[in-house]
Design a protein around this ligand. Structure first.
Ligand code: SF4
Length: 339
């Protein structure tokens, strides 16, 4: 990637990360990845596989390497482009965790405890690991170690980004102007409901389908999608406005298709199975180029490794500059005494 950090004026810089839980799924794609691909035209982009975050979610050490590889393949398959963006694994750039530790000095526990995600996650533990509480500090470090100008966020990450801005403000006030306050890049697709029509799409809930899945698997998963609960018989008119299958059609069909399905659903001209078949076919078509590119990367794992290693080297160079500045400002420079 040719970052424009030495050019003036430099492009604005964007950072975002995704936890490695294997191949990306439909929710990852609709909620983030397709946007990331577009952002590469306009910004200096930094795309990170955040494995240090994943360990707070109880990730399996035996599976982590494979999950990182599968997500990296997904990144490359959808069009994240190492020629235009940095793509790397978080734990390859220990400056993230170092900055997170340093940010502990300016982050009140009360701010962390009021995070909605913390409150939700903490309920699942009898004894809450500190990592669950400190997670947003590491997120702040991920972003600020690159002095990112903007972050593409979904609704559920807005509070954490606000905390990142607060940490930047507090650090700047305590140690001198160092960090920008990154802006939220709006325009994410918002909360993508899973095929169960209830919870956010998530691999752990089994309510989604992988973006690299074979056509048969896509159909098998889409076939299970929950539709309008009031449409019990084939002859019952449906209500597209409350049907999650119809919401998903919006991402894969044009206006003419949406109009047709709307009309045929409300007049019971089309059954839900046929409607889902159309959706599955459109998803299959849209994801076909991803499957093809993924085949290449799976057959050439060294190319993937090279992308991640080169990305990490460039990322460390950028992050190292910030860490040196932060250490200086915080007085972590004892060698000075020795001339
Ligand atoms: Fe939903 Fe389609 Fe069934 Fe209508 S026909 S309820 S839009 S799945």
């Amino acid at each position: 990637m040719r970052m424009s950090d030495n050019e003036a004026p430099r492009k604005k810089r964007v950072f975002s990360g995704m936890q490695p839980s294997g191949e990306a799924h439909l929710g990852n794609y609709l909620g983030a990845l397709r946007r990331w691909v577009d952002l590469q035209d306009e910004y200096d982009c930094i795309w990170c596989i955040v494995d240090d975050h994943a360990i707070t979610s109880g990730s399996d050490p035996q599976e982590m390497a494979q999950h990182v590889f599968d997500l990296a393949v997904s990144f490359l398959a959808v069009g994240l482009d190492p020629e235009r963006a940095l793509i790397f694994v978080q734990s390859d750039v220990p400056e993230h965790t170092e900055l997170a530790w340093l940010f502990n000095a300016v982050t009140p526990v009360g701010e962390l405890e009021r995070m909605t995600q913390y409150k939700d996650k903490a309920q699942r533990f009898e004894s809450v690991p500190a990592g669950i509480l400190n997670y947003p500090i590491l997120q702040a470090a991920d972003i600020l170690v690159y002095k990112a100008d903007a972050v593409p966020v979904g609704e559920d990450q807005r509070q954490h980004l606000e905390l990142t801005r607060e940490i930047a403000r507090r650090f700047n006030a305590a140690y001198g102007e160092t960090f920008p306050e990154p802006e939220a890049l709006i325009g994410e697709a918002g909360r993508i409901l899973g095929l169960d029509g209830e919870a956010k799409m998530s691999k752990s809930l089994g309510n989604t389908v992988g973006i690299l899945a074979e056509p048969d698997e896509i159909w098998a998963r889409v076939r299970t999608a929950v539709t309008d609960p009031q449409r019990v018989r084939r002859s019952d008119p449906g209500r597209p406005e409350v049907c999650n299958v119809y919401s998903l059609h919006r991402h894969f069909g044009d206006d003419a298709l949406l109009d047709r399905i709307h009309r045929q659903c409300t007049t019971a001209e089309i059954g839900c199975v046929d409607c889902k078949r159309i959706l599955a076919d459109n998803i299959t078509r849209a994801f076909a180029p991803f499957r093809e590119r993924a085949l290449h990367y799976r057959a050439h794992p060294r190319e993937v490794r090279q992308v991640l290693e080169e990305g990490a080297a460039r990322a460390r160079a950028l992050a190292g500059e910030t860490i040196a500045e932060v250490r200086e400002r915080m007085g972590l420079h004892w060698r000075r005494l020795f001339g």
